[in-house]
Write a new protein. Structure first.
Length: 428
């Protein structure tokens, strides 16, 4: 696969010719609404085997071979280049595909309201071939240990059809918000904990879940050890039933990080107790905060590198957003939340506003600015093929267990193309 960034004056015919492919193949791979609707700065995934690289001024074959992890003699042979002659700038080199890396992939799916939309069901069906786990979000725990289930509809059948394990996600949500009171009621009541675990096991056996995933957020700091003790008890019971256990962890960079989102999440204990964790490495840029990349590569790396000091890499799944935000400027704390939008919608919006897409090298994320019909300034940060490739490179570099997406239903075809091209996705 090749990532191509559209330059001024380019069209799909020229791009297709440069990569020995067709316009139709590029349109279908990227789910483009039209072959004519390109945006300067838009990243496209070119569906070819391997990739091409154009030599830059001053580069030599050895440096290029190191960049792509290929012996320079092999690169020369593939491209029928003499090792004696200097490389001319602009020379096109073919880079063979690198071996796939084994990985696990989770994606949450969140039905909202009284019915599951056909669009969400179709999204789960189309993306299930790329998943190790499918996680309906969520079973809300009540204070007495009973569960309020999500709408499941076709999700169990979709998971089974594609050999993806269902993940039973349990949260302390109440009235749409994570509740410290619900968490405290459960963690200070042994009878409620036993009731919860019994209910989880019964539901897992009834539906066919493979993993039980605890996403307890904004717990009281004083409940940190109680949460650890509960997880130990749950792990013993769940493993006896042949179930995996996992947790979601707030994105910490050191053990005693202050703030209610962080303090009750004990990385070292979770790394010891559960089979794997999902690090919530996103929402640096969020709807209620100032504009910035949702998952900038630097902070994401810092969280993972801290986690690696507390647990092995094979227990870590990196969290990844499938969305961006459209902020109205100037940002005002406490004002209206910026609406979320999919990467596909972000590119369409840039086209409609006739503005180029820019790329921030530090955060490894795309963005653009525009002025709406009322004269309001906007900035949009989102994800594209380049930003997700940076995350895939980080996964491989650090040897992580896998990646976990929040959430299905937001179109981002480039992600799935690159994922399946570079990784051997594990199945049940």
């Amino acid at each position: 696969m090749q990532i191509h960034v559209v330059q001024e004056g380019q069209n799909l015919t020229g791009i297709a010719n440069a990569y020995n492919t067709s316009v139709d193949d590029i349109v279908q791979a990227n789910e483009l609404p039209s072959a004519e609707r390109l945006v300067i700065g838009q990243s496209l995934v070119i569906p070819i085997v391997g990739s091409f690289y154009w030599v830059q001024p001053g580069e030599n074959l050895f440096a290029i071979s190191q960049r792509f992890g290929i012996p320079f003699q092999e690169l020369a042979e593939i491209n029928q280049i003499s090792l004696e002659d200097p490389l001319a700038a602009g020379t096109r080199l073919y880079i063979p595909p690198r071996p796939q890396t084994e990985t696990e992939v989770n994606a949450y799916v969140e039905p909202i309201g009284d019915t599951v939309s056909e669009e969400l069901i179709e999204s789960a069906r189309v993306r299930a071939p790329y998943l190790t786990y499918l996680a309906p979000f969520s079973y809300e725990v009540n204070r007495d240990g009973t569960l309020s289930p999500p709408l499941l509809n076709d999700f169990p059948a979709i998971a089974a059809e594609h050999n993806a394990g269902l993940m039973l996600t349990v949260t302390n949500l109440e009235a749409g918000e994570f509740s410290e009171e619900v968490g405290a009621a459960l963690l200070t009541n042994e009878a409620a904990q036993d009731e919860l675990i019994n209910n989880i096991i019964e539901e897992a056996q009834r539906v066919g879940y493979r993993d039980v995933h605890f996403d307890f957020e904004f717990l009281r700091p004083e409940d940190r050890q109680r949460y650890n003790d509960f997880l130990r008890k749950a792990a013993e019971r769940l493993r006896a039933e042949g179930l995996l256990i996992s947790t979601a962890l707030a994105p910490k960079t050191f053990a005693e990080q202050e703030g209610q989102w962080y303090e009750a999440h004990d990385y070292a204990a979770h790394g010891e107790i559960v089979d794997f964790v999902v690090l919530m490495t996103y929402e640096w840029g969020y709807g209620g905060g100032p504009p910035m990349a949702v998952s900038p590569i630097g902070p994401v790396r810092e969280v993972i590198e801290y986690a690696l000091t507390e647990m092995p890499a094979e227990k870590i799944m990196m969290g990844q957003n499938l969305y961006g935000y459209d902020w109205t400027l100037p940002f005002e704390p406490g004002g209206e939340f910026a609406p979320a939008l999919s990467p596909q919608r972000a590119v369409q919006l840039a086209y409609e506003q006739n503005v180029p897409i820019q790329f921030d090298e530090e955060s490894q994320a795309p963005f653009f600015e525009y002025v709406d019909d009322e004269g309001n300034d906007h900035v949009v940060w989102f994800e594209d093929a380049r930003s997700i490739q940076a995350k895939f490179d980080l996964m491989r570099e650090l040897g992580l267990r896998g990646i976990s997406y929040w959430k299905l239903g937001l179109p981002f075809p480039q992600n799935w193309l690159l994922l399946s091209d570079q990784f051997d996705i594990q199945k049940f």
